[in-house]
Design a protein around this ligand. Structure first.
Ligand SMILES: [Zn+2]
Length: 307
């Protein structure tokens, strides 16, 4: 006996809802990204990462002009032997600096990997963002010993916490930028994971022991390539492609490049969604997991060298 039209329509509607849900989950979570190639040079060193984080935090506050100047001088000293360029700009009644290291061919066409070295208020900012800064210094050492075939620009940004001022000054001339990655908090892996929306609990692990690649839907291919590279180098990794309006998705220097039409993504431990020490006096070096950080640095080196 033939199914009634009513029942057939309900069935078709259910199948369509199910299909739409599956497509949405695949677009948001990218569950089948696979693994990329392993980094072929010397691997990132956890003890060096720890020393760098402790060194930067040990300088004192990094919010105002004197603190950020101290930090910039210290970063230059860590990069001794590499060609470092500076960009100075006026803001907040003072002069601030971005630092750059270019590796690989001298070409305007380049990928940008950035991390902010300033910190919120008087706080130590070990995870936010001495961790990303240390990763970038280690990346400079690794990529200098094995230059990538596409130009890579490592960018140390000032004033992220004051409205992305450093990265905005850099992105003001984004000509030739093929893609941008912001390294934003790479060290917290010992906490429960929280989410901007409850349904995301169904899509991601409950314990926050993984790094997350964050982009918009139009950054899908970029997010996928970073995720593959991280996974191929031993990092536990998840990803999310979501609209910029989702709280947190655009909260770092990658947004300065989105605003210039450059595809960009953030690599992060998810900040306040995981780290209870975020923007407090308790964001200290001993709370970070340097072994996991090192595998992330390897993954980013692999990504940059196979772009
Ligand atoms: Zn930050």
């Amino acid at each position: 006996m033939a199914m009634s039209w009513e029942r057939a329509r309900v069935k078709i509607a259910l199948v369509l809802v199910l299909l739409a849900t599956v497509v949405a989950v695949v677009l948001i979570v990218q569950p089948f990204a696979g693994s990329g190639a392993a980094w072929k040079g010397a691997r990132a060193d956890p003890s060096r990462l720890e020393r760098l984080v402790r060194g930067l935090v040990g300088l004192g506050p990094r919010d105002g002009e004197p603190g950020q100047a101290r930090a910039a001088d210290w970063i230059r000293a860590q990069l001794a032997g590499l060609p470092v360029q500076e960009q100075r700009y006026s803001a907040r009644g003072g002069t601030y600096r971005n630092l750059f290291v270019r590796l690989g061919p001298s070409d305007e066409r380049r990928v940008v990997i950035g991390a902010h070295y300033d910190a919120r208020g008087p706080h130590p900012g070990a995870d936010d963002n001495a961790s990303g800064t240390a990763a970038l210094i280690e990346l400079a050492r690794m990529l200098a010993s094995r230059p990538p075939s596409v130009a890579v620009e490592l960018a140390f940004y000032s004033n992220e916490e004051s409205g992305l001022l450093g990265s905005a000054a850099h992105a003001a001339d984004a000509r030739g930028a093929l893609a941008m990655i912001s390294l934003e908090m790479l060290g917290c892996f010992d906490q429960p994971q929280r989410f901007p929306f409850a349904p995301l609990k169904l899509l991601y692990p409950a314990h926050g022991d993984y790094i997350v690649v964050v982009g918009r839907f139009q950054d899908f291919a970029l997010v996928r390539s970073i995720k593959r590279a991280l996974r191929g180098n031993g990092a536990a990794v998840e990803s999310i492609d979501a609209p910029e309006a989702v709280p947190g998705v655009g909260n770092s220097d990658h947004r300065s490049f989105w605003q210039k039409g450059v595809r960009a993504a953030m690599v992060t431990d998810t900040a306040w969604y995981r780290n209870p020490r975020y923007h407090t006096a308790r964001d200290t070096p001993e709370t970070l997991d340097y072994a996991r950080m090192a595998r992330i640095v390897d993954g980013i080196a692999a990504w940059a060298s196979t772009f």
